[in-house]
Design a protein around this ligand. Structure first.
Ligand code: KE4
Length: 429
């Protein structure tokens, strides 16, 4: 079933560390060989062995209209014919910026970069420069890309200052990153007691990197108040939830306004795009008008802008898409839950717009400690068995799934039928 992928993986590992260009793709937490993809079409991925999968990863979120969307490809082809990149301003950047600014009350101005990591790294520098403070607060279990200040794990004991979570990240840097517990406002207050030098708090308002764990609205409101009280900026990292949880991401679901927003994934329509935006008085601190430096050779390149523009315009023209995608997401997770219940397998499920998650866990998951109590062995078995049956879920318990427009009810029903088989296999092991 996977012969060619197995061979391709061996060869890839000779030239690329771990055989992949991003670690999660290596299937380390679910076992087996990552399947090498030949092509994507609508709801489906096709691997080099000719297997077809219903794809609930959708490139980790960007492809809200599915693989090889006709409108997006046409925009890319037409724009590419005029040149791939100029390193000079184009009106496409202004057009996409305008589409996003008009949607978000919290964004007066926005700058494009090439990844979510770059967006967050730049937003952190902007917050530090604007407040003239060095410390930041992040939450255990939230992932914001791989810039040094954010590769931090909880320090020992009660201290809130973080330690590097990866070699190569200087302790001198991570001592400026304090860690709080998601959905726990007391832990944030503790961080503000431990530092009077906090530039910003950064949070995924709907966490998608510990599995799907939405923040309680009350918690976000208290977070907003705490930031105001302490003169710190609030950054919503909506790289994943932006245009996925709703047309306005988490900000379309809760009435809390951040000072800076980071975006990515869907705004590139499958091409490399990240962005960070916020109030004019903050954003105007950026070079060339302001003193805070940030730059990028391919930032705002016309081909990526064209892909993002056609995607955002289509979403804005059809906002009812989100109601439909949420219905399908709920149909999927409710079907999984029913099948798991029939086999006495504990499963926690949740949905936010087109995002869905499920934990092999006895209790509701409210933070990273809860998430870590999940049965990752059961998850791995589920992933492997579903893959063999032509269903491609995220290859880690600590990720989120996505419904895109070509994933229609019939495919969700097919997925649920296959999950029933797999839960029986798991229950009878
Ligand atoms: P990128 O640098 O990978 O484009 O974005 C980093 C990032 C920032 N903020 C949030 C909330 C994110 O979810 C991400 C990236 N998400 C992961 C998926 N869990 C990307 C997949 C990967 O690492 O390969």
């Amino acid at each position: 079933m996977f012969e060619k992928s197995i061979k391709a993986y061996e060869i890839a590992k000779e030239y690329i560390p771990g055989g992949v260009d991003s670690p999660v793709r290596a299937f380390k937490s679910v076992g087996g060989t990552p399947v090498f993809i030949e092509k994507g079409e609508g709801a489906y991925l096709y691997d080099i062995d000719g297997n077809r999968y219903i794809d609930y990863v959708q490139s980790w979120g960007p492809l809200i209209f599915g693989h090889a969307d006709g409108d997006t490809l046409e925009a890319v082809f037409e724009t590419a014919k005029k040149g791939l990149s100029f390193g000079a301003p184009t009106q496409l950047e202004t057009e996409l910026a305008k589409e996003i600014v008009e949607l978000f009350d919290s964004i007066d101005k926005i700058r494009f970069v090439n990844s979510g990591t770059e967006a967050v790294m730049s937003a952190i520098r902007l917050a530090r420069g604007y407040t003239n403070r060095d410390d930041i607060i992040k939450f255990e279990g939230c992932y914001h890309g791989h810039s040094d200040s954010l590769l931090v794990q909880a320090g020992s004991g009660a201290v809130t200052f973080g330690n590097p979570s990866s070699p190569g990240v200087p302790k001198d840097l991570t001592k400026h990153t304090l860690l709080a517990k998601y959905n726990d406002i007391e832990s944030v207050k503790k961080c503000f007691e431990d530092s009077n030098n906090v530039a910003c708090v950064i949070i995924e308002p709907i966490a998608g990197n510990m599995g799907l764990v939405p923040a309680d609205e009350k918690f976000l409101a208290e977070l907003r108040e705490l930031c105001d009280k302490n003169g710190a900026l609030l950054i919503f990292d909506e790289v994943m939830s932006g245009f996925r949880a709703s047309l306005k991401g988490a900000q379309g679901l809760v009435d809390i306004k951040p000072d800076i927003v980071t975006l990515g994934k869907v705004i590139g329509g499958g091409m490399p795009v990240g962005a960070f935006g916020g109030k004019k008085e903050i954003m105007d601190m950026l070079s060339p008008d302001g003193p805070i430096y940030q730059a990028g050779t391919l930032s705002g390149n016309p081909v990526a802008m064209a892909a993002g523009l056609v995607t955002i315009k289509k979403l804005k023209k059809n906002p009812e898409i989100y109601i439909e995608l949420e219905k399908r997401a709920k149909k999927l997770v409710n079907g999984l839950k029913e099948a798991a219940d029939e086999n006495n397998i504990p499963l926690q499920i949740d949905v936010r717009g087109s995002m869905f998650g499920f934990f092999f866990n006895e209790k509701e998951v409210k933070n990273f400690d809860d998430a870590l109590n999940s049965d990752t062995k059961k998850f791995a078995k589920f992933h492997q068995e579903m893959l063999k049956r032509g269903v491609y879920f995220a290859c880690s318990q600590f990720e989120t799934g996505f419904i895109s427009t070509p994933i229609i009810d019939e495919l969700i029903e097919e997925t649920i039928e296959k999950a029933k088989e797999v839960f029986e296999v798991i229950a009878n092991r």
